[in-house]
Design a protein around this ligand. Structure first.
Ligand SMILES: COCC(O)(O)CCCCCNCCCN
Ligand SMILES: [Zn+2]
Length: 665
């Protein structure tokens, strides 16, 4: 299934007709540069182009009041003065004779996107729209927004398709207060937003944008605000919030549909956000959402005012929706102290609502709410003398070109096992290098002349080499002895390949201590048995009471442990081994494969036991980039597993900074 792209140049045909410093950044070029970039990169042609439609009154009344709609309806016939006067009643927004028409198209584009995804015409998609929507409220325009595109689309999805649970992820750098007000008492819509806040000092300067606004009445817990109290937030800050707040809660919530308020003013270079996250981060944020809701992800453009980073970020998002592997998440490190404070506050505020956060730490001692007032006093004092520091031009390296290998998934299967469609059988054509053969013979092959084991192992090595050369993206190999195959490919990678190798071992089994302490390999093993090997920085045994068969515990350890370390480690190759009788079910296995594909440009090599034939289909489906099936709402992890994962995180966060969830006092 494909990716929808919804765009119509009519939405560029309105602009600011008078002088207003607050609104001058919202220009038609925002839409044209975004669409042109998709055309120039060839991505527009790879998408399924869906036309916009005009929203009806009924669509708009899903969220807005009649009197507000009636008011906006009169704007096309207003004189310039009347438009200015009409605008005065709202904040940081402007009207234009054609903005009502464009606002109806922006909603209609969002509804067309929901229709395409919910009817299965496409898997996911993006709507490039203006005016944006997330600030507009039931009876008020705000922040360049006239109608709330995403809020209307969420209500429409519930009404039209009986969607039970909608997750709205708002990565725009402003708080979408309009969305929050719309759903704060609604447990069927989980609204997540991060936003520049600076202790209530940044627009829209609302007290209710802080982390302690968790929703109301039966909606308590279903509103998650992550305030950024400093600027210059970076990729590590964004990812740590995904790993330790959004994803655990999203998997527990288990949405049927994911809507993204895709604002790109959270990217480097944006005059509003003043953040430092690079455009390629949106490839990862998008990827990390694509195994929720069976892959039903609808991204709708919100903000973004630096035309260069906006265009790059839109391309990164759409390319990931198209299924292309994400670029390597380079040089991640520790989130900054302010981000950790916010992280700790949000997790603490939501501890009582989400089982995945039950063990979260208390509010930080430096209670940041008092900072709100103190900082305001300082600002007032300082404002007298202080001029705005010069807005120096931000520069960043263009995101790397993401080339998809000619072969997406290669498989090495015993005869008699059919090759899954869209996969390619692989066998190492070249005679195995005699040195390797000897190594294999002496180290791994019990009965030296076991020719087909030898053939399998040399195919394995050949496959790893082709992945390193980016000729093959991912691989699946059925072997007789998983542990031996793992050792073989890791040994080869350690000597012959230049990249780091992340080894993820699912299930019990002696994982020979081949994790070199030089950091060439990072081994994470999930099992139900205490590992006899000593835990270290590069060998992490995760002991879960029921191993991988307890879904919430295992998912929790993937999101809160494996992914943060994996992203920080940034391997060139991932080896994922399913040990015999691991107890892992297909859907969890597919989630694991899907999530791990965000690493190593999708170079993941899966090893399974020959008799694991039943799992070949689901494994191949995930390796091909298909979304994993939804796991359904998750219940509580076993207390001993929570305990085990938490103590492991505390022990390791000195080594792996993305594991931190609190601001060290
Ligand atoms: C949904 O609209 C997308 C958006 O969130 O980016 C709108 C931001 C309005 C920002 C209003 N203050 C502008 C002050 C200019 N220095
Ligand atoms: Zn914004």
């Amino acid at each position: 299934m494909g990716t929808a792209l919804i765009y119509d140049e009519e939405m560029t045909k309105y602009k600011l007709l008078w002088v207003d410093p607050a609104c001058k950044i919202e220009v038609p070029e925002r839409l044209t540069v975004s669409h042109e970039a998709l055309v120039e990169t060839g991505m527009a042609d790879r998408c399924i182009s869906i036309p916009v439609r005009e929203a009806t009154d009924a669509d708009i009344l899903l969220v807005h009041s009649e009197e507000y709609l009636e008011g906006v309806k009169t704007t096309p016939y207003m004189t310039l003065e009347e438009l200015q006067e009409f605008t005065q009643q709202y904040g940081d927004v402007y009207f234009h004779p054609n903005i009502y028409h464009c606002a109806k198209l922006a909603i209609g584009a969002s509804l067309q996107l929901v229709d395409s995804v919910m009817t299965g015409k496409v898997r996911n998609g993006m709507a490039l729209v203006r005016p944006p929507g997330h600030h507009s409220m039931r009876s008020a325009a705000s922040g360049f927004c006239v109608f709330n595109n995403v809020a209307i689309a969420a209500r429409y999805a519930k009404q039209q398709y009986g969607v039970q649970r909608v997750l709205i992820v708002d990565w725009d750098i402003h708080h979408g207060q309009g969305v929050q007000y719309c759903f704060e008492d609604d447990p069927s819509v989980l609204y997540f937003s991060w936003h520049r806040y600076e202790h209530q000092d940044f627009w829209p300067q609302l007290r209710e944008s802080d982390f302690d606004s968790v929703g109301k009445m039966k909606g308590a817990g279903f509103n998650v605000n992550v305030p950024w109290n400093k600027v210059k937030m970076h990729n590590s800050d964004y990812l740590s919030v995904f790993f330790h707040v959004l994803l655990p809660v999203a998997y527990e919530f288990s949405p049927d549909l994911v809507m993204v308020c895709a604002g790109f003013d959270s990217a480097i270079g944006d005059p509003e956000g003043e953040m430092c996250a690079t455009p390629d981060i949106f490839a990862h944020l998008t990827h990390l959402l694509m195994n929720l809701a069976g892959g039903k992800v609808c991204a709708v453009l919100e903000g973004g005012y630096n035309l260069t980073s906006l265009a790059q970020s839109v391309c990164q998002t759409v390319q990931t929706l198209l299924g292309d592997p994400a670029p390597r998440p380079a040089n991640l490190g520790s989130p900054c102290k302010s981000a950790l404070e916010s992280l700790q506050c949000v997790r603490s505020a939501h501890r009582q609502y989400w089982t995945c956060l039950k063990h979260a730490a208390d509010l930080p001692t430096s209670d940041i709410s008092t900072k709100r007032i103190k900082l305001k006093e300082e600002k007032e004092k300082m404002f007298k003398g202080e001029q705005d520091e010069s807005t120096e031009e931000k520069v960043w390296t263009q995101p790397p070109k993401r080339v998809t290998p000619p072969i997406r998934t290669a498989v090495v299967l015993p005869d008699g096992v059919t090759c899954p469609d869209q996969c390619k059988r692989f066998s190492s054509s070249a005679d195995p290098d005699p040195l390797v053969v000897n190594k294999l013979r002496e180290n791994y092959l019990k009965d030296g002349d076991d020719s087909n084991a030898l053939a399998t192992l040399s195919s394995l090595i050949g496959l790893a080499d082709k992945m390193e050369k980016n000729e093959i993206c991912s691989g699946l190999v059925l072997v007789r002895d998983v542990s031996m195959a793992m050792m073989c490919v890791v040994q080869h990678a350690a000597t012959a390949l230049s990249n780091r190798v992340l080894v993820v071992c699912v299930g019990d089994g002696k994982v020979q201590n081949y994790c070199s302490q030089d950091g060439k390999t990072l081994v994470v093993q999930f099992s139900s048995r205490k590992s006899e090997e000593e835990e270290s920085r590069y060998y992490i045994p995760v002991c879960l009471k029921k191993g991988c068969s307890d879904v919430p515990g295992f998912i929790h350890s993937i999101l809160g442990l494996l992914l943060p370390m994996g992203y920080e480690y940034d391997p060139g190759l991932v080896v994922l081994a399913q040990m015999p009788d691991s107890g892992i079910c297909d859907s969890v296995w597919q989630q694991l494969i899907g999530l791990l594909q965000g690493l190593a440009q999708g170079h993941i090599l899966v090893l399974m036991k020959e008799d694991g034939r039943a799992c070949v289909g689901p494994t191949a489906s995930s390796l091909l980039g298909n979304a994993a099936p939804s796991l359904g709402q998750l219940h509580a992890s076993l207390p001993e597993d929570v305990e085990a994962v938490e103590s492991l995180r505390h022990r390791l966060e000195g080594y792996w900074k993305l594991l931190q969830t609190t601001a060290a006092d």
